[in-house]
Design a protein around this ligand. Structure first.
Ligand code: KG4
Ligand code: ZN
Length: 390
């Protein structure tokens, strides 16, 4: 089955085409993958600015769609006539994105219907204005090309793609993990512990009560004068401190580390960093490195502590790290070291190429869902910024 997938939930615009085969073990070949990050647009705001994100998605989606189809060798020129009724329907759908509508019409009238079997799109959670752009494009394509439409939860995309094993540059395998599976979803918008007693069923057992872990990374980076997104920058500084064996002479708090639940809190940690930085005017590069290291250690202690508590209490047989922050080297090392103490337990760390937002992860979930018959009528699909994993 060939799946076209679209992701626009935050600040990456992405379109992929995957070829998926198999039943209990699924093989995915990446036929086309086009991604554009808006990092440069949002840098000056130190975070993602929704209106600008929406505008950039609307501008870039059709060129990325074209590039992805081209790479997959599925793009053939032809003259197509779009029936008047469909044209009206799509015009209404895209009335708030006139630029996307015009680009789409000229694209659709010049190419053959591509040989794909389904269209998967992220419909939440994320920034609603950004999500709507991808959702509306997917609805329009599903209507004009008469293809099944598969709505995907962004977090499920992160989780399922984090379970993949890479076979070669463009091929991955997905097998059902040993159950129960515990997912630690750590991104710019989410910090959640999710339990799957059964394959593809999810129960959120804990979450952050304030900031997401990626958000804390980004805010601390900003305080240290580092650029957005801050995670990789803070991680780089912390790595330099470890390399040079520099350790802070103080301890930052480990919020909620010992609380009797699976919840998290990172705003107190962020505030502690802020107060610490205010203690003196000038911070040397080495002092910043030590602070970054101590911050990372505090984050890792809390995440590992909660994950361990949850996996012991639930009798989980496997754990997966998912979301942008799972690219973090220190976390990956600490989880791998600590969890190897548990016999017969499987830890899944995502392929680094798939940790940030991308459309491959949406296609991965798309195939799984399409096989379950979880498609939707294009006229019924709505973006949902607050969608939960359930
Ligand atoms: O999943 P993602 O790409 O987007 C959301 O769905 O939010 O996650 C982005 C977050 C950002 O906060 C970014 O700073 C963080 O992931 N991040 C990292 C690293 N790489 C990205 N945080 C810590 N260490 C990293 N290496
Ligand atoms: Zn994400």
């Amino acid at each position: 089955m060939k799946i076209l997938s679209i992701e626009t939930s935050c600040d990456e615009t992405a379109v992929s085409i995957l070829e998926a085969t198999g039943e209990s073990t699924i093989t995915y070949r990446v036929l086309g993958n086009a991604l554009l990050s808006q990092v440069d647009i949002h840098k000056e705001y130190g975070g993602v600015f929704p209106t600008l994100a929406k505008r950039a998605h609307a501008k870039n989606l059709v060129p990325l769609l074209e590039a992805s189809l081209e790479e997959a060798e599925l793009l053939y020129e032809d003259t197509q006539v779009i029936q008047e009724e469909l044209r009206t329907q799509i015009s209404e759908m895209l009335e708030r994105e006139p630029e996307l509508r015009d680009a789409l019409f000229s694209f659709l009238t010049e190419v053959e219907v591509p040989e794909i079997d389904a269209i998967a799109v992220t419909y939440g959670p994320g920034l609603a204005p950004a999500l709507w752009v991808g959702v509306n494009l997917a609805r329009a394509l599903a209507l004009v090309w008469n293809k099944p439409l598969v709505p995907i939860n962004h977090l499920e995309g992160h989780v399922l793609s984090s379970l993949l094993t890479r076979n070669s540059e463009k091929e991955y395998t997905l097998s059902t993990p040993p159950l129960p599976l515990l997912s630690l979803v750590i991104s710019g918008g989410h910090t959640e512990l999710v339990l799957s007693k059964d394959w593809l069923s999810y129960e959120k057992i804990g979450q952050t009560r304030d900031d997401a872990v990626g958000e804390a990374y980004d805010k601390v980076a900003r305080m240290l004068g580092l650029s957005y997104p801050g995670g990789p920058e803070v991680s780089r500084l912390a790595g330099e401190a470890r390399e040079a064996d520099l350790k802070a002479p103080y301890k930052l708090p480990r919020p909620m580390h010992d609380s009797d639940d699976y919840d998290f809190s990172f705003s107190g940690l962020k505030t502690a960093v802020m107060y610490l930085l205010k203690e003196k005017e000038v911070w040397s590069e080495d002092e910043k490195r030590m602070l970054a290291r101590e911050f990372e250690d505090a984050v890792a202690d809390v995440l590992l502590g909660k994950a361990e508590r949850a996996l012991l209490a639930t009798g989980s047989k496997s754990l997966v790290l998912a979301g942008g922050v799972s690219a973090n080297s220190n976390l990956r090392t600490i989880f791998a070291e600590k969890l190897k103490e548990y016999e017969g337990f499987t830890l899944y760390l995502p392929d680094r190429a798939l940790t940030g937002d991308n459309a491959i992860m949406i296609g991965v979930a798309g195939y799984v869902k399409a096989r379950e018959g979880l498609t939707i009528d294009p006229s019924a699909l709505k973006a949902d910024g607050n969608l939960v994993l359930s």
